[in-house]
Design a protein around this ligand. Structure first.
Ligand SMILES: O=P(O)(O)OC[C@@]1(O)O[C@H](CO)[C@@H](O)[C@@H]1O
Length: 314
């Protein structure tokens, strides 16, 4: 069982339109609403592939009730930690070949909300294989919440994974989870390095930064590189996986599918990375943010390159 934690969940509203004109009225061709936030997306993707999942998140207000109803309707096992504040709404604008996102900040968690979230994680993680904490923190929430979630998962005997950014990613790295899953911009910020824009130089630079991060955390690091695929680094492996290029429909949620694929992919890191990259690629072709990518993903088309673990300095 994989338990996902989403400290700052969202209702994701997606509008598709032929083209955005700034400063003018734009009318959307389609309008969809999903229960979301990164952890919810990871769980939905895994559940569609037949993996048992649970979702924990804080939520309140009418939007919280709506989120609850959406999760009920799709049969995603979930525990909502009730708060006195509403759930944010994030907006995705889909034009042909381009995804634009506007994310709301969310609403602060009180210290009691944060305590209740950690307690729920500790409870529900008993018997879980993984506890996965994904996405931003609500404004004003101390970044140490990430470390507390990792500790709660660990105390319950689960392996732990974190996909976070900014101060929360720093806190996550300090907590030393089994898996950290930053994207390349987040990795650049965390390690204070500038990366080349793409191609082999980017892969090499991301690999070196991930290697030094993995040495600090003692776990593995999965870095999403967008069209350049992903790298996986741990003490014994330094792998790059890349799929043939696609014309994306919706890139929102691709990183969540990548992480879900890694979690579902099996015991061997190369197989995990192959599954991860194929799921992330398939997610770019979905109109929704998350869904059944395992059905359309083609792991055989992913090329896995063993780049060799970089030598560590004296
Ligand atoms: O604001 P955060 O928590 O960083 O990201 C939230 C979010 O952008 O992540 C998902 C895609 O990965 C979306 O479903 C959701 O709107």
């Amino acid at each position: 069982m994989i338990l996902t934690v989403t400290p700052n969940p969202s209702l994701d509203r997606t509008y598709a339109l032929a083209g955005i004109r700034f400063g003018e009225l734009n009318r959307a061709d389609t309008d969809t609403l999903e229960a979301s936030g990164k952890g919810v997306n990871v769980a939905r993707t895994l559940l569609a592939a037949g993996v048992r999942t649970g979702v924990v998140l804080p939520a309140g207000g009418p939007e919280g009730a709506q989120l609850n109803a959406l999760l009920d309707a799709e049969g995603l096992t979930h525990r909502i930690v009730p708060t006195g504040t509403p759930v944010r709404t994030n907006v995705t604008l889909l034009e042909p070949g381009r995804t634009t996102k506007v994310n709301a900040p969310g609403h602060p968690l009180t210290p009691a909300d944060a305590d209740a979230l950690v307690a729920a994680v500790e409870n529900l993680a008993l018997g879980a294989d993984w506890v996965v904490c994904s996405g931003s923190l609500p404004p004003g929430t101390p970044a140490e919440l990430i470390g507390r979630v990792v500790e709660a998962g660990r105390r319950s005997g689960a392996q732990t994974a974190v996909d976070a950014s900014g101060a929360a990613l720093v806190a996550a790295a300090e907590a030393g989870p089994d898996l950290l899953a930053p994207n390349v911009e987040e990795l650049a910020e965390l390690t204070a390095r500038a990366f080349p824009p793409g191609g082999r130089p980017l892969v090499r630079a991301a690999l070196d930064a991930a290697h030094s991060l993995a040495a600090d955390t003692g776990g593995g690091v999965l870095v999403s590189l967008g069209p350049d695929g992903a790298v996986w680094v741990d003490a014994e492996n330094a792998l790059h996986g890349v799929a043939p290029p696609v014309t994306p429909v919706n890139t929102a949620g691709a990183g969540d599918a990548l992480l879900a694929g890694w979690l579902a992919g099996g015991p061997d890191p190369a197989l995990r990375l192959r599954t991860a990259v194929s799921w992330g690629t398939a997610a770019c072709l979905l109109a929704s943010t998350a869904g059944d990518v395992a059905a359309t993903a083609d792991p055989q088309r992913v090329q896995i390159l063993d780049l060799g673990v970089p030598a560590t300095g004296p």
